[in-house]
Structures are given as C-alpha cells and as structure tokens.
Ligand binder design. Structure first.
Ligand SMILES: *[C@@H]1O[C@H](CO)[C@@H](O)[C@H](O)[C@H]1NC(C)=O
Ligand SMILES: *[C@@H]1O[C@H](CO)[C@@H](O)[C@H](O)[C@H]1NC(C)=O
Ligand SMILES: *[C@@H]1O[C@H](CO)[C@@H](O)[C@H](O)[C@H]1NC(C)=O
Length: 175
C-alpha cells in the first residue's frame, strides 16, 4: 500500500512538472532600443510635478519631489520619428542628496510589432549619471513574465524647450 501511495504521488508530481513545462516553453531574449522624448516645460508637456507646481518649474533634485510622466517613445532618435510607445508612470526623487530617482514606469506599446504589450521598468535611477541601469521586472502581452535590465542615456537636451531625448536599451527574457 505504502509504495502504491508513493508511486501515485510521484506520478502526480511528474504530471504537474510536465504540465508546467508544456505551458511555459522556452525563454526568448528580446533586445530593443527606443527613445523617450521627454518634455518638462510648457511645450508638448509630458512630465509634470505632483502636486502640479503653479509656475511649472520642476526641480528633479529635491528629495521627495514626485513626477508623473507620459513621454512619447519613438523608434528613432529624431523628435519626428514614429511614436511606437508611451512611457507612463511615476518617479520620485528618493535620495536625500537628490542624486537618485525611483522609477516606476510602464512602456506601453501603441504601435509596431509590440503593439498591445508592455514592460515594467522599476528601481533606482542615478539620475545625473551618464548611463543609468534600471531593472525590467515584468510585462504583459508578448512580454509576459519578463525580467531583464535596461539602460537610460540622455543623448540630447534643449533647455529652452525643456526637451530631452533619452536613449533606452533593454535586454528582456520572456516567454
Ligand atoms: C510639439 O509641439 C509642436 C507645436 O508646438 C509640434 O509641431 C510638434 O510636432 C510637437 N512634437 C511632438 C513630438 O509631439
Ligand atoms: C532644487 O532642490 C534642491 C534641494 O532642495 C536645492 O538645493 C536647489 O537649489 C533647487 N533648485 C532650484 C532651481 O530651485
Ligand atoms: C544602446 O544601444 C545602442 C544601439 O545598439 C548602442 O549604440 C548604445 O551604445 C547602447 N547604449 C548602452 C548604454 O549600452
């Protein structure tokens, strides 16, 4: 009797293993490079302070400052390049000395081959470094169960229009 029970239990276990393998399949790797067109002034505004400051001036190095963002994300560097996603979320200046911002942003694809899918970018961003690495912690659609890493690098900045172009690279493992 005892050995029958063990066999039954191990068969169940094997069935569960086989089922989960069949369901998940193999991890794929996707690498992508896109460009956040970030506008923090009064033209094409895509980043605002929380609460919204009356004079519109944003101070990214003030501890506790919070921002809401909906940046257009383009396939190419140029401002007029096709918008394929939106960078939607919140970031909070979370280092006492203002050096780091906590990023909680979804890249929501609205066009191109990832349309309808999204990835989640989450973590500390050493905002004044040239290249900042932030984790990819999840995703939806084509990026279900995503994990990986990403880099932000500001390649261009126009202080008059408060427009910054940030190159975003990601290496993502997903099913
Ligand atoms: C920004 O706004 C200007 C008009 O003020 C418009 O010509 C331009 O296409 C806009 N850029 C983007 C990327 O939306
Ligand atoms: C931004 O905030 C920091 C920290 O409070 C302060 O030292 C700095 O003067 C502020 N900058 C501006 C332009 O207000
Ligand atoms: C991001 O990807 C681009 C295009 O492949 C590459 O030229 C650039 O060096 C990468 N940036 C970083 C920080 O790895």
């Amino acid at each position: 009797m005892a050995s029958n029970k063990i066999t039954l239990a191990s068969m169940l276990f094997l069935t569960i293993l086989a089922y989960s393998n069949a369901k998940l399949g193999h991890l794929k790797e996707t690498k992508l490079t896109v460009y956040f067109q970030d506008y923090s002034g009064d033209q094409n505004t895509s980043v605002i302070g929380i609460p919204v400051s009356s004079n519109g001036a944003l101070n990214f190095s003030k501890f506790g400052a919070m921002f809401c963002t909906d940046d257009p994300i383009t396939a190419g560097f140029e401002e007029g390049s096709a918008v394929i996603a939106r960078g939607r979320g919140v970031h909070v200046t979370s280092a006492l000395d203002g050096s780091s911002t906590h990023v909680m942003v979804s890249i929501v694809f609205i066009d191109g081959k990832y349309k309808g899918s999204s990835i989640e970018i989450y973590g500390s961003d050493m905002q004044f470094e040239k290249v900042r690495e932030v984790a990819v912690v999840g995703g939806t659609g084509k990026f279900r169960l995503a994990r990986g890493y990403s880099t932000f690098e500001s390649l261009y900045s126009d202080p008059v229009r408060a427009h910054t172009i940030i190159q975003f690279n990601a290496t993502i493992l997903h099913y």
